[in-house]
Design a protein around this ligand. Structure first.
Ligand SMILES: Cc1ncc(COP(=O)(O)O)c(C=O)c1O
Length: 447
């Protein structure tokens, strides 16, 4: 991997130095493992500041950014209305541990904009939202088993991480996943069989409606409706993990895009406008099982803090303009159409170069996968539709591509499978520049 990665070099001596120093005091030099470059090689880049679609590193290099803070930066970096709202609240006192009118305002906004949600609870991260919604589903049904899907990521709490098919960890008790059953994504028969096998013991089914950690995998047509119908048939709670898709693929999330109503939904990322947030909500009958009115415990010193609420309200106000989502879709389509044109040219050049003996040539193993502004550059011979397919992704080629882009001022998440994001701050010129950089990188790799 590193030999390929070494071919393109970014000139960032300060980042290089800091990335060594930080490893002395923070394990791996990162506070969340995906931020490290362990999959792509090389040293990490220290981001100094963000401006709209760009991030500027400690050495002054500027990059068109598609990490998007791993989802939250949907309106770009340094979005002024969030900064203004947050600073005002900060001066009044950031935290009281008592109800605040901004909690009411944000809860009302979410309830008013997402039909499946009658009530909502705010927490501090996507992980917390998932963890709490699973407990709630168990408390509501009195059952233990949770069904999840291969290749879906639901944060770092024990029961879903232990069953995660690609984010392994030691330190989790052996029996933590005893009550979690994993089935393949995009396969209704497998879910049906699993529900039948464990009938009477299942609390809920949790799914990422668009799988964001195995190459941005869209649900097949009708799949989510089928999941909904099966959950209704077997009387289990359907939980949509919309931590990544919520307020990202549409204002109403994937559930509005695919017109399927879950019983509970988890949010995070884009909802906070950059503030640390998680939220889960759904049917009143289920939500009223939460303490203090019900018997399911969930708490948090920082939950619903005024700063986060203010940031979220400011971002939702901006996101509630429908043109935001049509523009995001248009920009991402521009990116994909531009790159596809170059892929077609590369394929033609390969055919022209080939000798008659080489027979019919396959297209280059590179797929463009996206749902709205969530996308992935997938180095695989065919489109990824489930976790099995995602195993065919060529991480070495991705590493080379990643470093070619970085050296030419375009930043992607440093993993071959995780979602990249376009923001509303990306201009046509940003996208045009990205197309050229991607095309040059693909030419280097495949020609
Ligand atoms: C779908 C999904 N669920 C849950 C999480 C966990 O969220 P957090 O990192 O805020 O704990 C993530 C984060 O990547 C996610 O993408």
């Amino acid at each position: 991997m590193t030999s390929l990665a070494a071919s393109a070099k970014i000139n960032a001596p300060i980042s290089k130095k800091l990335s060594k120093e930080i490893e002395e005091v923070i394990p791996g030099g990162v506070n969340s493992p995906f931020r490290s470059f362990h999959e792509v090689g090389g040293h990490t880049i220290f981001v100094d500041r963000g401006e709209g679609s760009k991030v500027i590193d400690a050495d002054g290099n500027e990059y068109i950014d598609y990490v998007g803070a791993w989802g939250p930066a949907i309106l770009g970096h340094g979005f002024a209305p969030v900064a203004d709202a947050v600073s005002e609240v900060l001066r009044q006192g950031p935290l009281f541990g008592a109800p605040h009118k901004l909690e009411l305002e944000l809860a009302r906004k979410i309830v008013a904009s997402i039909p499946s949600i009658d009530m909502v609870r705010f927490v501090n991260s996507g992980t917390e939202a998932v963890m709490s919604s699973l407990r709630l589903a168990r408390g509501y049904t009195g059952k233990d088993i949770i069904i999840m899907f291969e290749g879906c990521y639901h944060g770092h709490s024990d029961s879903v991480l232990a069953s995660s098919t690609h984010k392994h960890s030691s330190g989790i008790p052996h029996d933590a996943s005893k009550n979690t059953v994993v089935v393949p994504f995009n396969d209704l028969d497998a879910l049906d069989q699993c529900l039948e096998k464990h009938d009477g013991q299942i609390a809920g089914v949790i799914i990422e409606p668009v799988a964001g950690s195995m190459g941005v995998v869209a649900p097949e047509p009708g799949y989510l409706n089928g999941v909904r119908d099966l959950c209704t048939k077997y009387g289990v709670v359907l939980i949509f993990d919309e931590v990544l898709t919520g307020f990202r693929v549409a204002f109403g999330g994937a559930q509005s895009l695919y017109e399927v109503e879950p019983d509970l939904t988890c949010f995070g990322k884009a909802l906070g406008g950059g503030m640390p947030i998680g939220a889960y909500g759904g049917k009143r009958e289920i939500m009223e099982k939460l303490m203090p009115i019900g018997d399911v415990y969930q708490a948090g010193t920082f939950s619903g803090n005024p700063i986060t609420m203010a940031g979220a309200i400011a971002i939702l106000n901006a996101l509630s303009n429908p043109s935001v989502y049509s523009d995001l879709d248009k920009r991402t389509e521009q990116l994909f159409a531009g790159i596809q044109k170059h892929i077609d040219e590369i394929n033609q050049e390969l055919v022209a170069k080939s000798s008659p003996e080489s027979g019919s040539l396959e297209a280059i193993p590179f797929q463009l996968q996206r749902v709205s502004s969530m996308f992935a550059f997938v180095f695989a011979a065919k489109a990824v539709k489930n976790f099995e397919d995602s195993k065919t992704i060529d991480a070495e080629r991705f590493a080379k591509f990643f470093h070619e882009l970085l050296a030419n001022g375009v930043m992607l998440p440093p993993t071959a499978v995780d979602a990249a994001c376009v923001s509303a701050a990306h201009s046509e010129a940003d996208i045009d520049r990205t197309i050229v950089v991607c095309a040059n990188a693909l030419r280097k790799i495949f020609l």
